[in-house]
Structure formats: structure tokens, C-alpha cells
Ligand binder design. Structure first.
Ligand code: FDA
Length: 536
């Protein structure tokens, strides 16, 4: 062989060797970018997890609340980051943008469609588990709470300092602050004090450019949008400043069950016009579920009437007799307890100390491991015949772990203007319906049959609920009502389909806010708000 060919061959072999020896895993460039971009390069490595890391699966699973999204087929994150500092988040946003990776943000992980930890394109998961401080200022009746805290931590820290202060949040204490506030957030006190989002007075947001903005620097349009426009569209909210509200030291609670034989349909029919007109300080819902009859063991439906009243039994019983004598509430049906105790009681974690509210891993008995939900709003009374149809649906096998809740509206919800936050479901609504079906994890393989059941009920209810648009609650996320396109890029027209159901005419203002804060549409998912330029 000619010497020049030999040296050429040697050169090629050397080049191949050098290429191989410097070959990087797909993660290396991204991890290098993170270390270079973070001011605290030494600490960021401790909070970055790739699938090779032994903690990766544990961290991922620990906040997957719905095991419908914990299967071998569920797409998993390219990298998980559990930031300790704002600079870690800034670096993660910067590097994800530079590497063309999508980002998912997780606070409590309760998203009904798993959008905080599942994406069908390559993505980085920012899990805010370490952003969970709660600072309560009793004197000024405010609290700063970080997004990764859970509702229970907020309630506990408030009660620790003052038993007559509260925050109008939900019953399930493991729900994350970040997602809950972002979607509006209702709870036991919402007929008196409005939604959680109505009680947010400032926030800190990291935007697509890594800027840390407060209410003043983000501007009123963006501040408006993050209070109910849904999580994952505008940036990463680090923390929220909340207005605390007054509660009496003792309130009164009842839960009474009525079956078909006890006139349940007639009672629910009456509940529809009594409950929305009850005093603002009364929370009043009805839950329908399947039970086995104690008489013949056959499937039947039970309706549970649940109320929490900001007052004493001596006030509540006469009120019930006057407005709703048919329900037959007696003194012995009522239990007096504080607002925070009612959270524990209704969360079905009875006989536990208040500290249970700090347990974020608590498996709530309110749902089964896997579930699907849908929502509706009711503006006109449903006839008894209409209600009867629900009973028929509950006779099906798939209904074994199904629950339908009716949450009465009215109170201050009728007084807050529709445009004051993105959440538009205010005056004119009698109540909201949540349809929920669960199944055991081992039955994930049969999930379709349960989901079909809930879709059938939803189809049946179409005649009776809001129309044009058929309204839905963003925090009960439901991808059946429409999604953005593959890869989550979307058009205004396509997003309007689901957007008007969640936000009605507020959708357009959300699009403007999105265009201001994230014109490149970096923060996106299957139901994120598109920027204006994405018109078709
Ligand atoms: P998760 O972390 O999954 O986030 C939800 C969405 O918000 C995702 O799109 C996520 O990317 C985004 N997000 C999260 N943190 C963010 C941040 N810091 N910045 C920007 N975006 C962020 N609702 C209600 O109003 N009242 C109630 O009583 C209940 N009760 C209830 C009980 C149970 C068992 C479940 C499963 C759900 C509820 N919900 C509810 C619904 C709940 O409010 C809704 O699922 C919230 O989005 C959950 O917030 P997490 O932070 O837990 O979810």
C-alpha cells in the first residue's frame, strides 16, 4: 500500500476514535448547559435526575396522583429538575429553550389529564417540591405561599397562628398550590369569599426570558391571566400572596344520606333551587354514588347531602326547617367543628391530628388510584325525569366507583363580575357538576370501559346543562373537550374550541396576555393558551 494511503487510513481511524471517545449521551449537552447557566453550578447537579439516576423513578412517581398515567407506555421526562433556587429554574428554562425541549411544571401533580408530568414530545420536568415555604402574617391577614406547597400545609400554618383566619381553598389537602391557584380553585368557603384566585393579591412569576416578575412588573393583564387562566401557559409561578379571611371558631357540618325509597330524586330536585339561595356562609353539595342495598344486596344509588355552615347548630337547624323541611335535618345530624377540622372530616381522614394536613403523600380516599373526570354547569332546574336518568346510569357495573357531585353556586359567586378573573362561571349558574369515575390500578387495562361510562353520562346530561358553549371547569381538566395540535403548537381557532368552554369570552383576553408574556409559545401543552399570531 502506498505510504500516502496508509497515512490517510491512519488519519481516518484516529478521527473515528476521537469521535467515539468524545461521544456524549443525549443528556450530556443539556446537563452541561444547566451547569454553565446556573449561578450555583455546584448545587444544580444535586437536583437534576436522568433516567440513569436511581432516584429518577421515585421522584417521578411520588407526585403522580392519577395512576392512569403511571404505565409502561406513559412517556417519561428526558430530565427531572427539582430546583432549590430561582436560578435553577431560570437555567432550566434557558437550556430547554436552547435544546428545543418542552417543559412541564409540576406542583402537586393532581392534573386530571396528567399534563404536569406527561408529554408526547421530549420534555423536561420541573418539579417544585422544594419550593414550598408558607409565611403567614396574621397582623396584615396575608400569606406568601410557594407553588410547591400543598393546600394542607397552607391551612396548617394559618391555624398554627390563628384559629379564626382561613383561606378559601379546597377539601383535598394534597392538592398543590401551583395548579390549584392557576385554575381558580373553589372550596368550602367559596360562596362567602369567592375562589382562591379571587383572593390572590400578588405573585412572583418566572417568564420565558428568566425574568422574575411581580404583580407590578408583569402588569395587570398577565396578573389577571395567571389567576384562573390555567397552569402551564404563562410561565412558572413561584409564589402567591394571599388574602386571608375570617371564620368563626366553630361551624356546623352535616352529611345525610337518602335513597330512592327515601325520596332522593324529589329531594335533589328541591335542592336545586334551595341551595343556591342559602346564606353566603353555607356550603351545600350533593353526591350520588352506587351502593348495595342493605335489604336485598342489589345495586342502588345513594345521595349524600353535605353542608358546612359558618354558624352554630342552633342557627342551622331552624334555617333548614324553614328552607328545606323535606330533608328533615335534626340537631343530632349536625356536628360542630372548626373550619380546619371540617377539612379533615370531609377529606375522609377522620380521627387524625391536624398534622395529617402536612402529609403530602397521603393517599386520599376521595379517589381511587386511577380516575377520569368531567364537569358541567347548570343554569336551569333539571326535571325529576332528567334526574332519574342518572339513577339508570348508576345501575351499570362500571359505576361501582363512580361519583357525581352537585356543588351549589350563588352567594358571592353571583356578585363577582365574570371578567374579574379568567374564571367566568359566576352569576346565572345554579350549580356545577363533577362526574368522577375511578378504578383500581390493576384495572388500568380496562380503563376504556370506565371512561366510556362517564362519557355516556356526560352525553346524556347534554340536554340539561349549559350550552353554546357547554361550559367546563379548567381545574377539572378534560381533554375530551378539545386539544391543541400534535407537539402542542396550536392555532387560535383550534384552541377556541376548548378555550371558550373553560373561559367563555375571557379566552380572548387570555390570548392577549399570552402574546405579551410568551410570544414564542414556549410554555405549552395540550390545553395551553396560544399567542395571537397563531391565528389560522
Ligand atoms: P399539577 O402539579 O398537576 O398542576 C396542574 C397544572 O398546573 C398543570 O398544567 C401544571 O403544569 C400547572 N402548574 C403547576 N404548577 C404550576 C406553577 N407553579 N406555575 C405554572 N403552572 C403550574 N379543584 C378545586 O378547585 N377544588 C377542589 O376541592 C379540588 N379537589 C380536588 C381533589 C382531588 C383528589 C383532585 C385530583 C383534584 C382536585 N381539584 C380541586 C382539582 C385541582 O385543583 C387541579 O387538579 C389542580 O390543577 C391541581 O394542582 P396541582 O398543583 O396539584 O397539580
Amino acid at each position: 500500500m502506498e505510504p500516502q494511503y496508509i497515512s490517510l487510513m491512519l488519519g481516518l481511524l484516529l478521527a473515528a476514535f476521537l469521535t467515539l471517545s468524545s461521544a456524549t449521551s443525549p443528556h450530556d449537552n443539556f446537563l452541561r448547559c444547566l451547569s454553565l447557566s446556573s449561578n450555583q453550578s455546584s448545587s444544580i447537579a444535586r437536583v437534576v435526575f436522568t433516567p440513569d439516576n436511581s432516584s429518577y423513578s421515585t421522584i417521578l412517581e411520588s407526585r403522580i396522583r392519577n395512576h392512569r398515567f403511571w404505565t409502561t407506555d406513559t412517556p417519561k421526562p428526558f430530565v427531572i429538575v427539582t430546583p432549590l433556587l430561582a436560578s435553577h429554574i431560570q437555567a432550566t428554562i434557558h437550556c430547554s429553550r436552547n435544546h428545543g425541549l418542552q417543559l412541564r411544571i409540576r406542583s402537586g401533580g393532581h392534573d386530571y389529564e396528567g399534563l404536569s408530568f406527561v408529554s408526547h414530545v421530549r420534555f423536561v420536568l420541573v418539579d417544585l417540591i422544594n419550593f414550598r415555604s408558607v409565611d403567614v402574617d396574621v397582623e396584615n391577614r396575608v400569606a406568601w405561599v410557594q407553588s410547591g406547597a400543598i393546600l394542607g400545609e397552607l391551612y396548617y400554618k394559618i391555624a398554627e397562628k390563628n384559629k379564626t383566619l382561613a383561606f378559601p381553598g379546597g377539601i383535598c389537602h394534597t392538592v398543590g398550590i401551583g395548579g390549584y391557584m392557576s385554575g381558580g380553585g373553589y372550596g368550602l368557603l367559596f360562596r362567602k369569599y369567592g375562589l382562591a384566585a379571587d383572593n390572590v393579591i400578588d405573585a412572583r412569576l418566572i417568564d420565558v426570558y428568566g425574568r422574575i416578575l411581580d404583580r407590578q412588573s408583569m402588569g395587570e393583564d398577565v396578573f389577571w391571566a395567571i389567576r384562573g387562566g390555567g397552569g402551564g401557559s404563562f410561565g412558572i409561578v413561584l409564589s402567591w400572596k394571599l388574602k386571608l379571611v375570617s371564620v368563626p371558631p366553630i361551624g356546623t357540618l352535616f352529611t345525610v344520606r337518602r335513597t330512592l325509597e327515601q325520596n332522593a330524586i324529589n329531594l335533589i330536585h328541591k335542592w336545586q333551587y334551595v341551595a343556591p339561595k342559602m346564606p353566603h356562609g353555607m356550603y351545600f353539595d350533593v353526591a350520588l354514588s352506587q351502593v348495595k342495598s342493605t335489604r336485598d344486596g342489589k345495586k342502588t344509588v345513594v345521595s349524600s347531602f353535605i353542608a358546612f355552615f359558618l354558624g352554630s347548630t342552633d342557627e342551622l337547624v331552624p334555617l333548614m326547617h324553614e328552607r328545606f323541611p323535606e330533608l328533615g335535618i335534626r340537631k343530632k345530624d349536625c356536628i360542630e367543628m372548626s373550619w380546619i377540622e371540617s377539612i379533615i372530616y370531609l377529606g375522609k381522614i377522620r380521627n387524625q391530628p391536624l398534622e395529617v394536613l402536612l402529609d403530602r403523600d397521603f393517599q386520599t380516599p376521595l379517589t381511587l388510584p386511577s380516575y377520569k373526570s368531567k364537569s358541567d354547569y347548570v343554569k336551569e332546574l333539571i326535571s325529576e325525569i332528567g334526574l332519574k336518568g342518572l339513577w339508570t346510569s348508576f345501575s351499570e357495573n362500571e359505576a361501582e366507583f363512580g361519583v357525581i357531585y352537585f356543588f351549589s353556586y350563588g352567594g358571592i359567586m353571583d356578585e363577582i363580575p365574570e371578567s374579574s378573573t379568567p374564571f367566568p362561571h359566576r352569576a346565572g349558574n345554579l350549580y356545577k357538576i363533577i362526574y368522577n369515575v375511578g378504578w383500581k390500578e390493576q384495572d388500568n387495562i380496562n380503563s376504556d370501559k370506565y371512561i366510556d361510562w362517564i362519557r355516556r353520562i356526560y352525553g346524556y346530561m347534554g340536554t340539561y346543562v349549559s350550552k353554546s358553549p357547554r361550559e367546563a371547569y379548567i381545574n377539572y381538566r378534560d381533554l375530551d373537550i378539545g386539544t391543541n395540535s400534535e407537539g402542542n403548537t396550536t392555532s387560535y381557532a383550534r384552541a377556541s374550541v376548548w378555550g371558550r368552554k373553560y373561559f367563555k369570552n375571557n379566552f380572548d383576553r387570555l390570548v392577549l396576555a399570552k402574546t405579551m408574556i410568551d410570544p414564542e409559545n414556549f410554555f405549552r401543552h395540550e390545553q395551553s393558551i396560544p399567542p395571537l399570531w397563531k391565528k389560522e
